[in-house]
Design a protein around this ligand. Structure first.
Ligand code: SAM
Length: 285
């Protein structure tokens, strides 16, 4: 039985990110936090033991994984209320991101326990930052589904969202997934593949699905390792402005403010006022 030393103290749950390959990516705060907490909740205690040993951290760990976290969540909150500080880590990267921890953090929030992040690596964001795809709007969609038909729909939905999609994929499924991607969106669909991020054989590949399949087929070795797939979203189609609408706007614009003129023309032709306005500004600049 673990007891807090100061019974008035309320404990904190630290959600600590750990490296996704290169151990030098651990933060100073992560080391300090893991060294100072009373307990570490680890996805796999043996895996975390290696990390702790590398940094010479001595700490008590307990297992918190997908199969027990719902049962363990209340225990964790109780320990926090008793004043224990607890760190939550997964095998690699940011906990809760396709990793255990949601049930615990959710219960902490529901019951008013103190939760704070110790940020660091996350494969999704690491991959996106070097993908060359638009980063102004993006979505993380987790692992691709296991079944082929569901995967094709998943790729279609990702593309139709209109924004960059980041997805995790497992090494044994990558070729089947790329076949489905090709079926869903065509051989020329652009895709970015990021493998073994921060490790010795880190690889980025940006090209069409057909090119990526050819690249990975050259040597099966290239299919091994941890990987992230990213897809650009479907480009927005600009509304076509009819020539008559443009002529009417040219006549009205000197007589009234541009926005008002756009409103009148948009109403008359059943167009979007903003599309008209943008088109006018683009043409006159
Ligand atoms: N929580 C982790 C994070 O923050 O990225 C993700 C855990 S999830 C169980 C594992 C998946 O993340 C892998 O199958 C792979 O898709 C991706 N991943 C993790 N490390 C990676 C790396 N070094 N390079 C590429 N992908 C990685």
């Amino acid at each position: 039985m673990i007891k807090a030393t100061n019974s008035d103290k309320i404990g904190t749950l630290y959600v600590v990110a750990t490296p996704i390959g290169n151990l030098a990516d651990i933060s100073e705060r992560a080391i300090t936090t893991l060294s100072s907490v009373d307990l570490i909740a680890a996805e796999d205690t043996r895996h975390t033991a290696k990390l702790l040993s590398h940094f010479n951290i001595k700490a008590k760990t307990f297992a918190l994984h997908d199969h027990n976290e719902k049962q363990k969540a209340q225990q964790v909150v109780d320990w926090l209320n008793e004043g224990l500080d607890i760190a939550l880590v997964s095998d690699a990267g940011t906990p809760l991101i396709s990793d255990p921890g949601y049930a615990v953090v959710n219960l902490c929030r529901e019951q008013g326990a103190h939760v704070t992040p110790v940020p660091g690596a996350c494969a999704a964001i690491t991959a996106l930052s070097c993908s060359g795809l638009p980063t102004d709007r993006f979505q993380f969609v987790g692992f691709t589904p296991a079944k082929s038909q569901a995967r094709q729909q998943f790729f279609l939905d990702a593309y139709e969202s209109g924004i960059t999609s980041i997805m995790y994929e497992s090494t044994h499924r990558i070729m089947a997934s790329l076949d489905d991607l090709q079926t869903a969106l065509g051989a020329q669909q652009r895709v970015v593949f990021a493998k073994e991020l921060t490790k010795t054989y880190e690889t980025f590949f940006s090209g069409s699905v057909a090119e990526l399949i050819a690249f990975l087929t050259e040597e099966s070795e290239k299919q091994r390792g941890e990987l992230v797939l990213m897809l650009p979203g479907k480009p927005k189609q600009q509304e076509e402005i009819p020539a008559d609408a443009k002529r009417m706007l040219t006549l009205l614009e000197p007589e009234m403010p541009l926005k008002k003129a756009c409103g009148v023309v948009a109403d008359y032709f059943g167009l979007k006022k903003n599309a008209l306005y943008k088109d006018w500004i683009q043409q006159s600049s």
